[in-house]
Write a protein that binds this ligand. Structure first.
Ligand code: GLA
Length: 396
């Protein structure tokens, strides 16, 4: 077990034992992720390049001798318990409404429900969750919960589903149980994580290719700058951006924005209103930037992708309009302090930025970002470095 997961595993195991009075049958864990590039492209059938991070959610799980499911977590006060046969009374959550259970519980219960909807059944279970993936930071703490729960139930219920199928189960939980209209990037990144590689994912075919990033070999580090500005994707801006993309595709006669290329943007500008055009331009150019980043990583290495990261951030700030002042400050301060590239990562409206920097510059960039936040009167950000890490595993 990696040093990173050990305290989290101990916390999950202890919570399980306190809850049930006996030891769990096993511990399953799954990671959060950062996205190197390719934002808001996944639900447009496009390309993304995320990698799993060392931070993980651990599920301590044991079967019960009845048909009830109970979930508890170190990040909530009260466990939630329900009969497995009653899950379909809770879900799906009607579009735009809050789940009928506490939101955190909708992730693991939603996974159990989605598995049952897919024809997988099994006995009742107790599930105790602990996590060191920061919540609300845009690092997919939710995909980590889904991945750990889905991996545990896959084993204990003898489902034998592969990792792509489990990613789909996680996405169903996110979309239909939690009610967040997200794409499949986060679940695929968590499920397919590999040390030293990012996952080049075609969100239409779900073909996934590991792309070695060579960050360590190049003497670089990826610094996460968590602004602590909380975001939620079940409401508001995320849903509205997705609707704009779908409207834009429809007006251009395309099945999805995946089928619109950079060469089509002139025609798109003459057809679409200004706001819809800029939403479309972000997605179309971002897909191209993912392809360019993969090629650049392969041909020239990580030091050469900085300009693509910076262009991605500008597109999200100016065309897609999902950045916030704290994210822009983080990116600008990191670049001024010598970062090779920087951009917000994840859905936006808060959360985290990433900066690609020389390993020797971690201290200087961290200081510069802290100083810039203080000068703007923002609360201090939380910063740490990450390296591409493995996907789900059984820890005990
Ligand atoms: C969130 C969603 C993903 C993706 C990103 C933006 O993380 O969960 O599906 O849309 O935002 O790229």
């Amino acid at each position: 077990m990696s040093a990173h997961a050990a305290p989290t595993a101990a916390a999950a195991e202890e919570l399980f034992t306190t809850l049930t009075g006996h030891a769990p049958e096993g511990l399953w864990s799954a990671p959060g992720r950062v996205n190197l590039i390719g934002e808001h492209t996944d639900y447009n059938d496009g390309f993304v390049l995320p990698f799993a991070i060392p931070h993980r959610t651990v599920a301590a799980v044991g079967r019960r001798d009845d048909d009830r499911i109970r979930v508890a977590s170190t990040f909530a006060d009260e466990p939630v318990e329900v009969a497995l046969d009653d899950l379909h009374r809770l879900f799906p959550t009607p579009a735009g409404e809050a789940p009928r259970v506490a939101e955190w519980a909708a992730y693991p219960l939603g996974v159990a429900w989605a598995l049952r909807e897919a024809g997988v059944t099994g006995s009742g279970v107790d599930i105790a969750l602990a996590s060191d993936v920061p919540v609300g930071a845009g690092l997919s703490s939710s995909a980590a919960i889904e991945g750990a729960t889905a991996s545990a139930l896959n084993d204990l219920w003898g489902a034998g589903l592969d990792r792509v199928a489990l990613a789909r189960i996680g996405r169903t939980a996110e979309n239909d149980a939690v009610g967040a209209p997200t794409g499949i990037m986060d679940q695929m990144a968590s499920m397919l994580g590999e040390p030293d590689s990012a996952i080049f994912l075609d969100c239409r075919s779900l073909d996934a290719v590991p792309v070695p990033v060579g960050i360590v070999e190049a003497g670089l580090a990826v610094l996460v700058i968590d602004t602590r500005v909380a975001h939620a994707h079940s409401t508001g801006g995320y849903r509205e951006r997705r609707a704009s993309c779908e409207r834009g595709a429809r007006m251009l006669g395309a099945t999805s924005l995946r089928d619109v290329s950079v060469d089509d943007l002139g025609r798109a500008e003459s057809i679409l209103d200004d706001v819809t055009f800029r939403r479309v331009r972000h997605v179309v150019t971002e897909n191209q930037r993912v392809l360019d980043t993969v090629r650049t990583l392969r041909e020239q290495g990580a030091r050469a992708i900085g300009g693509l990261l910076v262009a991605s951030h500008a597109s999200m700030r100016d065309d897609f309009e999902i950045s916030v002042p704290e994210l822009d400050t983080a990116v600008d301060a990191a670049l001024s302090a010598g970062a090779i590239g920087a951009r917000m990562t994840g859905g936006g409206f808060g959360g985290a930025a990433i900066a690609l920097i020389d390993r020797d510059a971690v201290g200087a960039v961290t200081d510069a970002v802290h100083a810039a936040f203080a000068a703007s009167g923002f609360s201090p950000p939380v910063m740490f470095t990450v390296t591409p890490s493995e996907g789900p595993r059984r820890d005990a």
